[in-house]
Design a protein around this ligand. Structure first.
Ligand SMILES: NC(=O)c1ccc[n+]([C@@H]2O[C@H](COP(=O)([O-])OP(=O)(O)OC[C@H]3O[C@@H](n4cnc5c(N)ncnc54)[C@H](O)[C@@H]3O)[C@@H](O)[C@H]2O)c1
Length: 324
Protein backbone atom coordinates (compact mmCIF):
# COMPACT_ATOMS: atom_id res chain seq x y z
CA UNK A 1 0.00 0.00 0.00
CA UNK A 2 1.25 3.48 -0.83
CA UNK A 3 4.84 4.44 -1.55
CA UNK A 4 6.23 6.24 1.50
CA UNK A 5 7.94 3.10 2.78
CA UNK A 6 9.86 2.52 -0.48
CA UNK A 7 13.66 2.71 -0.24
CA UNK A 8 16.08 3.70 -2.99
CA UNK A 9 19.88 3.79 -2.80
CA UNK A 10 21.15 6.77 -0.81
CA UNK A 11 21.59 9.96 -2.87
CA UNK A 12 19.52 8.60 -5.76
CA UNK A 13 18.86 11.27 -8.38
CA UNK A 14 15.46 11.40 -10.11
CA UNK A 15 14.93 13.48 -13.24
CA UNK A 16 11.31 14.60 -13.51
CA UNK A 17 10.51 16.11 -16.89
CA UNK A 18 7.37 18.21 -16.82
CA UNK A 19 8.12 18.71 -13.13
CA UNK A 20 6.49 22.16 -13.11
CA UNK A 21 3.16 20.65 -14.08
CA UNK A 22 0.44 18.98 -12.06
CA UNK A 23 1.64 15.37 -11.95
CA UNK A 24 5.34 16.24 -12.23
CA UNK A 25 5.32 18.67 -9.29
CA UNK A 26 3.59 16.07 -7.14
CA UNK A 27 6.26 13.54 -8.07
CA UNK A 28 8.99 16.06 -7.19
CA UNK A 29 7.37 16.75 -3.83
CA UNK A 30 6.96 13.06 -2.94
CA UNK A 31 10.55 12.21 -3.83
CA UNK A 32 11.96 15.20 -1.91
CA UNK A 33 9.87 14.21 1.12
CA UNK A 34 11.41 10.75 0.94
CA UNK A 35 14.86 12.36 1.12
CA UNK A 36 16.14 11.79 -2.42
CA UNK A 37 17.44 14.25 -5.01
CA UNK A 38 15.28 15.68 -7.80
CA UNK A 39 16.19 17.48 -11.00
CA UNK A 40 13.18 19.03 -12.69
CA UNK A 41 13.34 19.75 -16.44
CA UNK A 42 10.48 21.87 -17.75
CA UNK A 43 10.02 24.55 -20.40
CA UNK A 44 7.12 26.11 -18.43
CA UNK A 45 4.90 25.91 -21.52
CA UNK A 46 1.88 24.64 -19.57
CA UNK A 47 3.47 24.29 -16.13
CA UNK A 48 3.92 27.07 -13.61
CA UNK A 49 6.84 28.83 -11.98
CA UNK A 50 5.00 28.53 -8.66
CA UNK A 51 5.34 24.73 -8.89
CA UNK A 52 9.11 25.26 -9.08
CA UNK A 53 9.48 28.08 -6.54
CA UNK A 54 7.91 25.97 -3.79
CA UNK A 55 10.95 23.63 -3.82
CA UNK A 56 13.83 26.04 -4.49
CA UNK A 57 14.80 26.20 -0.80
CA UNK A 58 15.38 22.46 -0.73
CA UNK A 59 19.08 21.65 -1.40
CA UNK A 60 18.01 18.32 -2.96
CA UNK A 61 16.05 20.15 -5.69
CA UNK A 62 17.41 21.55 -8.93
CA UNK A 63 15.42 23.25 -11.68
CA UNK A 64 16.53 23.25 -15.31
CA UNK A 65 14.45 25.38 -17.65
CA UNK A 66 14.58 23.58 -20.97
CA UNK A 67 12.73 21.88 -23.76
CA UNK A 68 12.73 18.12 -24.33
CA UNK A 69 12.47 18.80 -28.06
CA UNK A 70 16.18 19.64 -27.82
CA UNK A 71 18.37 16.52 -27.58
CA UNK A 72 21.33 18.41 -26.14
CA UNK A 73 19.16 19.70 -23.29
CA UNK A 74 17.98 16.15 -22.57
CA UNK A 75 21.56 14.81 -22.64
CA UNK A 76 22.74 17.37 -20.09
CA UNK A 77 19.67 16.85 -17.91
CA UNK A 78 20.27 13.07 -17.79
CA UNK A 79 23.85 13.35 -16.50
CA UNK A 80 24.24 11.43 -13.25
CA UNK A 81 20.57 10.48 -13.19
CA UNK A 82 19.40 7.12 -11.78
CA UNK A 83 15.69 7.30 -12.60
CA UNK A 84 13.80 9.28 -15.24
CA UNK A 85 10.12 10.08 -14.71
CA UNK A 86 9.18 11.54 -18.08
CA UNK A 87 6.00 13.57 -17.68
CA UNK A 88 6.66 16.43 -20.11
CA UNK A 89 4.03 16.57 -22.85
CA UNK A 90 1.04 18.60 -23.88
CA UNK A 91 -2.25 17.09 -22.80
CA UNK A 92 -5.82 17.62 -24.06
CA UNK A 93 -7.55 15.75 -26.87
CA UNK A 94 -9.34 18.82 -28.34
CA UNK A 95 -6.17 20.94 -28.42
CA UNK A 96 -4.30 18.12 -30.18
CA UNK A 97 -6.95 18.18 -32.92
CA UNK A 98 -6.15 21.87 -33.43
CA UNK A 99 -2.35 21.45 -33.40
CA UNK A 100 -1.43 17.97 -34.68
CA UNK A 101 2.07 18.86 -35.88
CA UNK A 102 3.07 20.50 -32.65
CA UNK A 103 1.82 17.48 -30.71
CA UNK A 104 3.89 15.14 -32.85
CA UNK A 105 7.05 17.17 -32.24
CA UNK A 106 6.48 17.83 -28.57
CA UNK A 107 5.04 14.54 -27.37
CA UNK A 108 6.76 12.04 -29.64
CA UNK A 109 10.09 13.57 -30.60
CA UNK A 110 10.47 14.98 -27.11
CA UNK A 111 10.05 11.57 -25.49
CA UNK A 112 12.33 9.98 -28.07
CA UNK A 113 15.02 12.52 -27.17
CA UNK A 114 14.57 11.61 -23.52
CA UNK A 115 14.83 7.88 -24.26
CA UNK A 116 18.03 8.43 -26.22
CA UNK A 117 19.53 10.67 -23.54
CA UNK A 118 18.61 8.14 -20.84
CA UNK A 119 20.19 5.32 -22.80
CA UNK A 120 23.43 7.22 -23.42
CA UNK A 121 23.67 8.24 -19.78
CA UNK A 122 23.13 4.74 -18.36
CA UNK A 123 19.86 5.60 -16.58
CA UNK A 124 18.55 2.64 -14.53
CA UNK A 125 14.82 3.02 -15.11
CA UNK A 126 12.81 5.13 -17.54
CA UNK A 127 9.20 5.59 -16.42
CA UNK A 128 7.01 7.71 -18.69
CA UNK A 129 3.51 9.13 -18.89
CA UNK A 130 1.20 7.42 -21.33
CA UNK A 131 -2.57 7.72 -21.31
CA UNK A 132 -5.83 5.77 -21.27
CA UNK A 133 -6.53 7.46 -24.62
CA UNK A 134 -4.42 4.74 -26.27
CA UNK A 135 -7.48 2.47 -25.92
CA UNK A 136 -9.24 4.58 -28.56
CA UNK A 137 -12.62 3.20 -29.60
CA UNK A 138 -12.17 -0.20 -27.90
CA UNK A 139 -15.67 -0.68 -26.44
CA UNK A 140 -15.04 -3.46 -23.91
CA UNK A 141 -14.82 -2.59 -20.26
CA UNK A 142 -12.73 -2.74 -18.25
CA UNK A 143 -9.85 -1.54 -20.43
CA UNK A 144 -7.12 -4.12 -20.41
CA UNK A 145 -3.54 -3.87 -21.67
CA UNK A 146 -3.19 -5.70 -24.98
CA UNK A 147 -6.78 -4.94 -26.03
CA UNK A 148 -6.52 -1.55 -27.75
CA UNK A 149 -8.84 -0.16 -30.44
CA UNK A 150 -8.52 2.48 -33.16
CA UNK A 151 -7.06 5.75 -31.98
CA UNK A 152 -9.36 8.77 -31.89
CA UNK A 153 -7.04 11.77 -31.64
CA UNK A 154 -3.55 13.07 -32.38
CA UNK A 155 -2.92 13.14 -28.64
CA UNK A 156 -3.70 9.42 -28.33
CA UNK A 157 -1.42 8.71 -31.28
CA UNK A 158 1.48 10.51 -29.59
CA UNK A 159 1.09 8.37 -26.50
CA UNK A 160 0.84 5.15 -28.50
CA UNK A 161 4.02 6.14 -30.40
CA UNK A 162 5.82 6.84 -27.13
CA UNK A 163 4.92 3.35 -25.96
CA UNK A 164 6.27 1.81 -29.16
CA UNK A 165 9.51 3.79 -28.98
CA UNK A 166 9.97 2.82 -25.35
CA UNK A 167 9.39 -0.84 -26.19
CA UNK A 168 12.12 -0.68 -28.84
CA UNK A 169 14.53 0.95 -26.42
CA UNK A 170 13.99 -1.93 -24.01
CA UNK A 171 14.24 -4.55 -26.76
CA UNK A 172 17.34 -3.24 -28.50
CA UNK A 173 19.24 -1.22 -25.92
CA UNK A 174 18.24 -2.91 -22.67
CA UNK A 175 16.86 0.34 -21.22
CA UNK A 176 14.17 -0.60 -18.67
CA UNK A 177 11.09 1.40 -19.69
CA UNK A 178 7.65 1.38 -18.05
CA UNK A 179 4.62 3.18 -19.53
CA UNK A 180 2.06 4.64 -17.17
CA UNK A 181 -1.37 4.71 -18.80
CA UNK A 182 -2.96 7.35 -16.59
CA UNK A 183 -6.74 7.44 -16.36
CA UNK A 184 -8.07 10.97 -15.64
CA UNK A 185 -5.79 12.00 -12.83
CA UNK A 186 -6.97 14.61 -10.31
CA UNK A 187 -5.69 16.25 -7.13
CA UNK A 188 -3.79 19.21 -5.65
CA UNK A 189 -2.16 21.65 -8.09
CA UNK A 190 -4.10 20.49 -11.15
CA UNK A 191 -4.72 23.63 -13.16
CA UNK A 192 -8.39 24.72 -13.05
CA UNK A 193 -7.96 27.48 -15.64
CA UNK A 194 -8.32 27.71 -19.40
CA UNK A 195 -10.32 26.08 -22.16
CA UNK A 196 -8.49 22.76 -21.81
CA UNK A 197 -8.67 22.38 -18.03
CA UNK A 198 -9.70 19.03 -16.55
CA UNK A 199 -13.26 18.82 -15.24
CA UNK A 200 -12.76 18.32 -11.52
CA UNK A 201 -10.58 21.40 -10.79
CA UNK A 202 -12.55 23.45 -13.31
CA UNK A 203 -15.90 22.60 -11.71
CA UNK A 204 -14.58 23.18 -8.19
CA UNK A 205 -13.22 26.60 -9.09
CA UNK A 206 -16.36 27.68 -10.95
CA UNK A 207 -18.64 26.52 -8.16
CA UNK A 208 -16.51 28.26 -5.53
CA UNK A 209 -16.91 31.44 -7.63
CA UNK A 210 -20.69 30.88 -7.99
CA UNK A 211 -20.31 30.34 -11.74
CA UNK A 212 -22.29 27.81 -13.78
CA UNK A 213 -20.12 24.99 -15.20
CA UNK A 214 -20.88 23.35 -18.55
CA UNK A 215 -21.09 19.58 -18.87
CA UNK A 216 -20.20 18.37 -22.37
CA UNK A 217 -22.80 15.81 -23.43
CA UNK A 218 -25.48 14.44 -21.11
CA UNK A 219 -23.29 13.90 -18.05
CA UNK A 220 -23.77 10.14 -18.29
CA UNK A 221 -20.19 9.60 -19.48
CA UNK A 222 -18.02 7.73 -16.99
CA UNK A 223 -14.34 7.74 -16.15
CA UNK A 224 -11.95 5.96 -13.83
CA UNK A 225 -10.87 9.12 -12.02
CA UNK A 226 -7.54 8.49 -10.33
CA UNK A 227 -6.18 10.38 -7.36
CA UNK A 228 -2.65 11.76 -7.61
CA UNK A 229 -1.35 9.69 -4.67
CA UNK A 230 -2.03 6.50 -6.64
CA UNK A 231 -0.12 7.92 -9.60
CA UNK A 232 2.91 8.67 -7.42
CA UNK A 233 2.80 5.12 -6.10
CA UNK A 234 2.71 3.62 -9.61
CA UNK A 235 5.67 5.71 -10.79
CA UNK A 236 7.86 4.92 -7.79
CA UNK A 237 7.00 1.23 -7.84
CA UNK A 238 7.86 1.11 -11.55
CA UNK A 239 11.30 2.46 -10.59
CA UNK A 240 11.76 -0.71 -8.55
CA UNK A 241 10.20 -3.15 -11.02
CA UNK A 242 12.04 -6.07 -12.57
CA UNK A 243 13.69 -6.11 -15.98
CA UNK A 244 11.07 -8.70 -17.02
CA UNK A 245 8.33 -6.13 -16.43
CA UNK A 246 10.06 -3.55 -18.68
CA UNK A 247 9.15 -2.66 -22.26
CA UNK A 248 5.46 -2.61 -21.38
CA UNK A 249 2.69 -0.20 -20.46
CA UNK A 250 0.42 -0.41 -17.42
CA UNK A 251 -2.99 0.99 -16.52
CA UNK A 252 -2.66 3.50 -13.72
CA UNK A 253 -6.14 3.97 -12.28
CA UNK A 254 -8.13 2.99 -9.24
CA UNK A 255 -10.36 0.54 -11.07
CA UNK A 256 -13.60 2.43 -10.35
CA UNK A 257 -16.16 4.15 -12.53
CA UNK A 258 -17.61 7.57 -11.83
CA UNK A 259 -20.32 9.34 -13.85
CA UNK A 260 -19.76 13.01 -14.55
CA UNK A 261 -23.21 14.07 -13.38
CA UNK A 262 -22.72 12.25 -10.06
CA UNK A 263 -19.40 14.01 -9.55
CA UNK A 264 -21.08 17.31 -10.29
CA UNK A 265 -23.77 16.62 -7.70
CA UNK A 266 -21.19 15.51 -5.12
CA UNK A 267 -19.26 18.73 -5.67
CA UNK A 268 -22.27 21.02 -5.35
CA UNK A 269 -23.23 19.28 -2.12
CA UNK A 270 -19.69 19.34 -0.69
CA UNK A 271 -19.29 23.03 -1.55
CA UNK A 272 -22.80 23.95 -0.42
CA UNK A 273 -23.84 25.33 -3.82
CA UNK A 274 -27.24 25.10 -5.46
CA UNK A 275 -26.19 25.63 -9.08
CA UNK A 276 -27.58 23.67 -12.03
CA UNK A 277 -25.04 22.87 -14.78
CA UNK A 278 -25.24 23.98 -18.42
CA UNK A 279 -25.22 21.19 -20.95
CA UNK A 280 -23.06 21.55 -24.09
CA UNK A 281 -22.31 19.36 -27.11
CA UNK A 282 -20.25 16.17 -26.87
CA UNK A 283 -16.51 16.72 -27.32
CA UNK A 284 -14.93 15.38 -30.51
CA UNK A 285 -12.46 12.55 -30.00
CA UNK A 286 -13.89 11.68 -26.57
CA UNK A 287 -15.05 8.23 -25.56
CA UNK A 288 -18.23 7.61 -23.59
CA UNK A 289 -16.97 5.29 -20.89
CA UNK A 290 -13.64 4.38 -19.40
CA UNK A 291 -12.74 2.07 -16.59
CA UNK A 292 -9.49 0.18 -16.02
CA UNK A 293 -8.45 -3.30 -15.14
CA UNK A 294 -5.40 -2.72 -12.93
CA UNK A 295 -4.45 -6.35 -12.37
CA UNK A 296 -1.37 -6.22 -14.62
CA UNK A 297 0.17 -3.40 -12.58
CA UNK A 298 -0.76 -5.17 -9.35
CA UNK A 299 1.00 -8.31 -10.47
CA UNK A 300 4.12 -6.93 -12.17
CA UNK A 301 4.71 -3.62 -10.36
CA UNK A 302 3.13 -4.37 -6.99
CA UNK A 303 0.79 -1.40 -7.60
CA UNK A 304 -1.84 -1.39 -4.86
CA UNK A 305 -3.66 1.97 -4.88
CA UNK A 306 -5.05 3.03 -1.55
CA UNK A 307 -7.01 6.12 -2.52
CA UNK A 308 -10.49 5.38 -3.80
CA UNK A 309 -12.33 8.17 -5.63
CA UNK A 310 -14.24 9.51 -2.61
CA UNK A 311 -11.16 9.70 -0.38
CA UNK A 312 -9.19 11.44 -3.14
CA UNK A 313 -11.99 13.87 -3.94
CA UNK A 314 -12.35 14.91 -0.30
CA UNK A 315 -8.64 15.72 -0.12
CA UNK A 316 -8.74 17.56 -3.44
CA UNK A 317 -11.74 19.68 -2.40
CA UNK A 318 -10.04 20.66 0.85
CA UNK A 319 -6.89 21.64 -1.04
CA UNK A 320 -8.75 23.80 -3.55
CA UNK A 321 -10.77 25.49 -0.81
CA UNK A 322 -7.53 26.55 0.88
CA UNK A 323 -5.47 27.34 -2.21
CA UNK A 324 -7.73 28.89 -4.84
N1 LIG B 1 -3.64 14.68 -15.95
C1 LIG B 1 -4.15 13.59 -16.50
O1 LIG B 1 -5.28 13.19 -16.20
C2 LIG B 1 -3.36 12.79 -17.49
C3 LIG B 1 -3.98 11.69 -18.09
C4 LIG B 1 -3.25 10.93 -19.00
C5 LIG B 1 -1.94 11.27 -19.29
N2 LIG B 1 -1.37 12.38 -18.73
C6 LIG B 1 0.01 12.70 -19.06
O2 LIG B 1 0.73 12.95 -17.88
C7 LIG B 1 1.76 13.92 -18.10
C8 LIG B 1 1.64 15.06 -17.11
O3 LIG B 1 0.36 15.66 -17.27
P1 LIG B 1 -0.17 16.83 -16.34
O4 LIG B 1 -1.62 16.62 -16.18
O5 LIG B 1 0.69 16.97 -15.16
O6 LIG B 1 0.01 18.07 -17.32
P2 LIG B 1 0.69 19.50 -17.06
O7 LIG B 1 0.40 20.31 -18.28
O8 LIG B 1 0.28 20.04 -15.75
O9 LIG B 1 2.23 19.12 -17.01
C9 LIG B 1 3.02 18.91 -18.14
C10 LIG B 1 4.33 19.64 -17.93
O10 LIG B 1 5.20 19.37 -19.03
C11 LIG B 1 5.84 20.58 -19.41
N3 LIG B 1 6.22 20.44 -20.82
C12 LIG B 1 5.39 20.28 -21.89
N4 LIG B 1 6.11 20.19 -23.02
C13 LIG B 1 7.43 20.29 -22.65
C14 LIG B 1 8.65 20.28 -23.36
N5 LIG B 1 8.68 20.16 -24.68
N6 LIG B 1 9.80 20.38 -22.66
C15 LIG B 1 9.80 20.51 -21.31
N7 LIG B 1 8.67 20.54 -20.60
C16 LIG B 1 7.49 20.44 -21.26
C17 LIG B 1 4.82 21.66 -19.16
O11 LIG B 1 5.37 22.94 -19.03
C18 LIG B 1 4.17 21.16 -17.88
O12 LIG B 1 4.84 21.65 -16.74
C19 LIG B 1 1.62 14.32 -19.56
O13 LIG B 1 2.50 13.52 -20.32
C20 LIG B 1 0.18 13.96 -19.89
O14 LIG B 1 0.00 13.71 -21.27
C21 LIG B 1 -2.05 13.14 -17.83
Amino acid sequence: MGYKHLKFPENSLFLVTGGAGFIGSNLCEAILNMGYRVRCLDDLSTGSQANVDMFLDNPNYEFVKGDIKDLDTCMKACQGVDYVLNQAAWGSVPRSLEMPIFYCKNNIEGTLNMLEAARQNGVKKFVYASSSSVYGDEPNLPKREGREGNLLSPYALTKRCDEEWAKLYTMHYGLDTYGMRYFNVFGRRQNPNGAYAAVIPKFIKMLLNDEQPTINGDGRQSRDFTYIENVIEANLKACQASHEAAGQAYNVAYGGREYLIDIYNTLTKALGKNIEPNYGPDRKGDIKHSNADISKGRELLGYDPDYDFAKGLNEAIEWYKENL
